[in-house]
Design a protein around this ligand. Structure first.
Ligand code: SF4
Length: 203
């Protein structure tokens, strides 16, 4: 936890990019130190910037309802964003801002060590599924270095365009099956060591 708190302090005082001069509060992220699931959104919005916490506005309420569908609360998961400070007027993050902020997210992944990472929206999807279309790959899984990534639409998309609501709900509803499958794999005994080559004997 000490390492995560140190990282949070660094983020709160970070002035690496221009967003430091327009934010009210940086939003490092929050959740249990070794959460099984990490949710990565895009960037803080108005309410997040005011409170210094991720997903506390309307999209956050919807996210909590999605978690409740699968028996979880926000206290069970680690929630953060690709960009830790609010871009003015919620504009899209710029490439240099993404570049400068990315090391914080990489450190969070290394410290929390989640088994499952749910990317919410295009910018976090791009971390793993570069060049993909979220409309085509949402809800699918890809395992890299033992971490299972699931791209999903951003909850705010469902608020603005109701047709996305049922899609993101269906994707969330698959998460328990994915966790069960991971449990099953973790519980199954490792494959037996290959038998040593038979010793040739002359007697
Ligand atoms: S967005 Fe990231 S890199 Fe830019 S000031 Fe905030 S914490 Fe630092």
């Amino acid at each position: 936890m000490e390492e995560l708190e140190r990282l949070n302090r660094e983020v709160r005082s970070c002035r690496l990019c221009r967003l430091a001069s327009t934010r009210k509060l940086a939003v490092p992220g929050e959740g249990p130190e070794h959460a099984r699931i990490m949710l990565i959104g895009e960037a803080p919005g108005y309410h997040e910037d005011q409170q210094g916490r991720p997903f506390v506005g309307a999209a956050g309420q919807f996210l909590e309802s999605l978690l409740a569908r699968i028996g979880l609360t926000r206290r069970d998961v680690f929630i953060c964003n690709v960009i830790k400070c609010r871009p003015p007027e919620n504009r899209a993050p710029m490439p240099d801002e993404l570049e400068l902020c990315r090391p914080y997210l990489i450190r969070q992944l290394g410290l929390v060590k989640p088994e499952v990472v749910i990317t919410l929206g295009r910018y976090s999807m791009e971390l793993v599924f570069k060049g993909s279309s979220i409309s085509k790959i949402h809800g699918t899984t890809r395992t890299i270095d033992g971490v299972t990534y699931i791209p999903m639409f951003h909850p705010a998309a469902a608020l603005h365009q109701p047709r996305y609501r049922s899609l993101i709900e269906a994707d969330f509803d698959r998460v328990p099956d994915i966790l069960q499958e991971l449990d099953r794999r973790n519980a199954s005994p490792p494959p037996p060591e290959p038998a040593p080559p038979e010793q040739l004997s002359f007697f």
